[in-house]
Design a binder for this molecule. Sequence first.
Ligand SMILES: Nc1ncnc2c1ncn2[C@@H]1O[C@H](COP(=O)(O)OP(=O)(O)O)[C@@H](O)[C@H]1O
Ligand SMILES: [Mg+2]
Length: 243
Amino acid sequence: MSKTAMAGRVSSTESTVKDALFDVTELHKGFAAPAGMLNILQGLSFSLQEGEFLAVVGESGSGKSTMLQILGTLERPDSGEIRLDGEPIQALSSSRQAQLRNQKIGFVYQAHHLIPELTALENVALPLLVQGCSEKEGQARAAALLARLGLAERQLHVPSKLSGGEAQRVAVARALVAKPRLLLADEPTGNLDEKTALEVFGILKQLCREEQAAVVMVTHSMALAKRCDRILYLHNGRLVERC
Ligand SMILES: Nc1ncnc2c1ncn2[C@@H]1O[C@H](COP(=O)(O)OP(=O)(O)O)[C@@H](O)[C@H]1O
Ligand SMILES: [Mg+2]
């Protein structure tokens, strides 16, 4: 294992790799481009404990979104291993990966990506229905979570009738309603003003802490990164403590 990979593995709790909820080893990913191969991820390694909140920062184009897509099994690495709860998830079939995403991984993006035709309540209940919950139970759980996020009066709104901050809170609720083990967030507050960003981040952090979900949050905001358990920099295709 490289020195950088080892450094990336030292968690804030000093636990061993064996206990890690999420363990990423030597990920490589390149894209063919007219001028030659773009080697975006070049041996990226880190591990996370249950409930650990990691911020990842890096320059635009450094590969942060590519990294999250791969960590979330939405794209395959060229090589390397990703273990969630000890299971090497990059090696699973696409259908098993889809099942795993529904059961164990939540996603939040910069844009809310809510389904425009569905109400806030229906959007949040959707992951539960996919898991086989009845509509009644799914909607009851979704309604309880929306109420906690101060959106009880907005649950029958479609996304176009929500403010940016409200829509993003609904997106956070949808990502966490099924209690994932891992939350992947790609600049989740990037479209919001500073005050609203802080509110949405606060909600995200509190819900993840309660559920002991591990989080990888890509952000441009050092103010938010500093409120996380740990900050890593994506630099030259690797995650490092400082760039
Ligand atoms: N599917 C793709 N094909 C070719 N190049 C890509 C593809 N996806 C991303 N890239 C390139 O990889 C680099 C990293 O992109 P990205 O992960 O979106 O960076 P970031 O999120 O850090 O801004 C960029 O130079 C981008 O052009
Ligand atoms: Mg990006």
